[in-house]
Ligand binder design. Sequence first.
Ligand code: SAH
Ligand code: SF4
Ligand code: F3S
Length: 474
Amino acid sequence: METIQSDSPKKVFIETWGCQMNVADSEQMLGLLRAQNYTQTDKPEDADLVLLNTCHIREKATHKVLSRLGRMREISLEFNPKMKIAVAGCVAQAEGKKLMEKASNIDILLGPGKIQELPGLLAAHAADGKRAMAIGFEKHVVDSHRHDPAPELAVKTEVETPYVTNPTVTMKEEITRFVNIAQGCDNFCTFCVVPFTRGREISRPLESIVSEVKTLLTEGAKEITLLGQNVNSYGDDLVRDGKHVAPADGPFVELLDRVAQIPGVERLRFTTSNPHDFTKPVAEMFRKHKNLGRYIHLPVQAGHDDVLERMKRKVTVAQYMERIQWLRDIDPEMALSTDLIVGFPGETEDEFQGTLDLVEKVRYSFIYAFKYSSRKGTAAARFKDQVPEAVMHERLLRLQALQNRITTELNVAEIGNRREVLCHYASRKEPDVYYGRTEQFRLVKITSTRNLVGKTLTVDIVEANKTALVGVIV
Ligand code: SAH
Ligand code: SF4
Ligand code: F3S
């Protein structure tokens, strides 16, 4: 029988899908594995452990996991009989045993609420050879404070958020670091699986977040991004449970105010902001703290009140626009991005036109647009009038064409502007080429013979296209 020895060196291959939460979880799991003497490999052929951290947000996600598992089976048969496979993330939580039945090569299955159990599950599997599984949620937050130095996680992900600056760098090289402030979600938007896969909202204690931010700064982070499914309702549960004294403007404002003042936080961002809980005091933080990035991801999902109501988003288009006005009154250059779903059940051409009108009005820097995908267990899956695929497809193309035009126009309008750019990474393909972001989160390419990573530079924007700006150091 195989025995697990924490001193025998082993290799792990990690693949991460989905949102930034999963990236943060992968980073944490790698930290746990490093304590078991694992190092990372980018070749499943060499891996003792293959770890797939999965996303359940849309239909194809599960298929993708199964097809990836099929590929791993082939690799294992051909090159790597010792390979163990662990499936983590939201598909693991949602499908549970069913996934184990569908894919007999899964050795370990663990949900997002159980990532701390990974070493224990590995040990149990090594001891008895049986498949091991842990899903479900703790009632209290499993504190995700990372005391150990940043693991060298090469993030290979198809992210759903704008926040991975470069999918090939290791976390250690990252100038931006992510800090989970809450797990789960209480909102139950009618299309969404997240409350089922991540459980109810549980916030981390404020002091623990502050202390993690300080640790990350000592590792070289310049920009901090606070993460949650609904960051604006951060801490409401702590107040409700009597664990935190209610501050006047709410716990999220208190948290932002604290973190923005930590010396070394050159830029602070947060995601995702649900417009429903986005209050005026949150907007006012952008006035008070100049290091709050002049960009915000504010998912609206649709541009018509009837659709928003069917989605249970709890805001109207007018209320959404009001929030944007608060922000742009403080800074007229405030950049925005959003998530949009086309073809939500019952969406008429007229309702879809509302989405196009909204996009035209807000002039987002970029958008994430998705075809509605029916998810088992959600309320919308039972709605009548599911929109045909061909209609969704055509609407998505129209929406994307509109946004492409706007993105290009906004980028081209940057030519001639002088901007502060925080340089994030060096190009792996072109020598002396660096990429950074303006305060408005626009990607800027800069050429330099000295290493710019982590530096804040003043540049003149001289060229622009849909994807990026070109800056020249002043
Ligand atoms: N908590 C965030 C969203 C997280 S999910 C918020 O409330 O804004 C990320 C995005 O995936 C959503 O904003 C939505 O646009 C998209 N999405 C979620 N469920 C979906 C579904 N069933 N079909 C299509 N897109 C979906
Ligand atoms: Fe899903 Fe809505 Fe929660 Fe966002 S706020 S994670 S869309 S249920
Ligand atoms: Fe996907 Fe789970 Fe995030 S379903 S989008 S990985 S919360």
